[in-house]
Design a protein around this ligand. Sequence first.
Ligand SMILES: [Zn+2]
Ligand SMILES: [Zn+2]
Length: 181
Amino acid sequence: MKVHVYDIPEIGVEIEPQHPQDEWFYELMSEVFGSELRQATEATALIRLDRTEKNVTLSGQVTAPLQLTCDRCLEPFQEACTIEMLEYLIPAVQNDGRHHEEDEIMLDEADLAFSTYSDQTLDLKELIREPLVLGLPLRHFCQDDCQGLCVQCGSNLNHSACQCKPDDSANPFAVLKTLKK
Ligand SMILES: [Zn+2]
Ligand SMILES: [Zn+2]
């Protein structure tokens, strides 16, 4: 979806993708979440654009219904993953081959994300792709206190305690013994 920068009103604008007319959004959901996405058309987003002259702030959130596998107990589970976005968009500097000291932007602030746009046009699909990918949780757990699997017998400790000796299960090398068999 393309938005002309100077079409963004003073008071800002909110964009809420709708099925089926905003096909770009559902395509992006499939590209970012892949096979973990349960139903692309059930993903939702609220994207806000605010403009101060040439500079635009993109904020909002995306929520996607996911089918995941727990990284501790390996059980499948479903979860709605919400990713918050905050991006600062500035016009791309025209490259005339010269070095412009004043055009350089310090990117030290970890929580400030700058992106650039060209031709006074924002391509929303491309602009929200990166914050989504970066915002994906690296690990998924079926519950915060998932007990995981016993390293010796493989029992799912969320369902029942196993009979293995607690001394061995506390030893991170115990799993090697079972692998060496
Ligand atoms: Zn789990
Ligand atoms: Zn066990």
